[in-house]
Design a protein around this ligand. Structure first.
Ligand SMILES: Nc1nc2c(ncn2[C@@H]2O[C@H](COP(=O)(O)OP(=O)(O)OP(=O)(O)O)[C@@H](O)[C@H]2O)c(=O)[nH]1
Ligand SMILES: [Mg+2]
Length: 365
């Protein structure tokens, strides 16, 4: 599950990457097209609770992969012509499962001359994504049409052309693939295109570290309205502050945040938002040896969960022993305590796993 950080030049992509991954990539790497990738644990208070109760030898949280770089987009000069984005940019974005679009809402010496306008910047990037898809579609439709005229088009290709034409009309109205309703079959027929405007996206508005709440509200007024209208999740943060906080020792971080009257770093909120945007959730396995969070798609079955742990568990699946997370918490203790308190229920392979469920799979191979 890959999340890509994208945005215009100097919007704070590398700073945000450093914040999310607790890395210290040099900010002056621009122009090098260097790609940075890191794996980060997904903060989950329920997981922490299970760790505390079970005191295991090994702890394995859920993770997501974050990538930034190789995706630098020059700002369109005021009143000027749009620069073409590099092919690398779209190749990188195409490989992502979800995107975080960083837009600058702070005065930036590096982008001298450009006014601060997060809505304009977001729009520029989103439009580029959309036009990249349009280019791909037009090329493909042209080829499909040639085959059609020469009467050598397969039924599969005919269906594909129909879907692509629908998407093209949608894109021509400057609407992203994300907002087009497609049947499951249609989705399947176009999956290999990995349309970049079809990916789940979160907008991170990067505000100055010393901005007052009022100033933040003011500078993000338009982008906030835009996100509401487009049903895009928006998170406001200062990448520079988050980066500094991320370099602190955990205790110092807690103290620092408490002093600022903040219960949770914006970084953690953003990571969780990415996890949700990926369309996944966690279930847990607990015990003395290991407490582990596993990532499965929303609405996955017990069988799918078993398979995620090990293919043998799916092959020899008998039953899933399940304790819902709230029950687990109310019982206190670890698995045995919750089980003795009568919180465990047995489920078959078709059971739809709930976010936070604690599972033990009975199997025989
Ligand atoms: N004041 C302020 N400056 C910031 C903030 N976030 C980033 N910057 C500064 O903006 C500049 C660009 O930040 P980067 O994180 O390098 O941005 P980028 O998007 O990776 O830039 P390129 O890779 O050059 O496209 C740096 O000088 C940062 O220190 C912030 O929250 N507040
Ligand atoms: Mg950078």
């Amino acid at each position: 599950m890959k999340t890509g950080i994208i945005g215009l030049a100097h919007s704070g992509k590398t700073s945000l990457y450093n914040a999310l991954t607790r890395s210290q990539v040099n900010l002056a790497t621009y122009g090098s097209n260097e790609v940075n990738t890191g794996v980060i644990p997904v903060p989950d208070e329920r997981f922490e609770y299970a760790v505390k109760q079970c005191n295991p030898k090994k702890i394995t949280p859920a993770t997501i992969e974050v990538t930034e770089g190789g995706a630098r987009i020059e700002r369109t000069p005021e009143g000027g012509k749009r620069d073409k984005f590099g092919a690398d940019f779209f190749a990188n974005v195409r490989n992502m499962d979800a995107l975080v679009l960083v837009v600058a809402a702070f005065e930036n010496a590096l982008s001298a001359g450009a006014s601060v306008d997060p809505a304009r910047d977001a729009n520029q990037v989103l439009e580029e994504l959309l036009l990249a898809d349009l280019t791909v579609i037009e090329g493909r439709i042209e080829r499909l049409d040639k085959a059609r005229l020469q009467k050598r088009q397969t039924p599969g290709e005919a269906a594909e052309q129909q879907v692509l034409q629908r998407i093209r009309e949608h894109l021509e109205k400057l609407q992203p693939v994300r907002t087009l309703e497609l049947s499951e079959e249609e989705q399947r027929s176009i999956r290999s295109y990995a349309f970049v405007s079809g990916k789940p996206i979160i907008i991170a508005v990067n505000v100055a570290e010393d901005a007052t709440a009022e100033a933040v509200a003011d500078v993000s007024k338009d982008i906030s309205a835009y996100c509401k209208e487009q049903h895009i999740q928006m998170i406001t943060l200062s990448a520079r502050v988050e980066m500094e906080v991320a370099q602190m020792e955990p205790d110092d971080e807690r103290e620092f945040l408490a002093a600022m009257g903040i219960t949770e770093a914006a970084r953690d909120r953003l990571i969780r938002a990415c996890y949700a945007a990926l369309g996944v959730m966690s279930f847990f396995t607990v015990g003395e040896d290991e407490v582990r969070a596993w990532t499965i798609p929303n609405n996955a079955t017990a069988l799918k969960a078993a398979e995620t742990i090990h293919s043998d568990l799916a092959r020899g699946f008998i039953r899933a022993e399940v304790i819902g997370f709230d029950d687990f918490r109310s019982a206190g203790g670890c698995w045995d305590e919750a089980r003795s308190a009568g919180k465990m229920h047995l489920e078959g392979r078709e059971y739809l796993v709930k976010d936070g469920d604690i599972l033990h799979v009975r199997f025989k191979v």
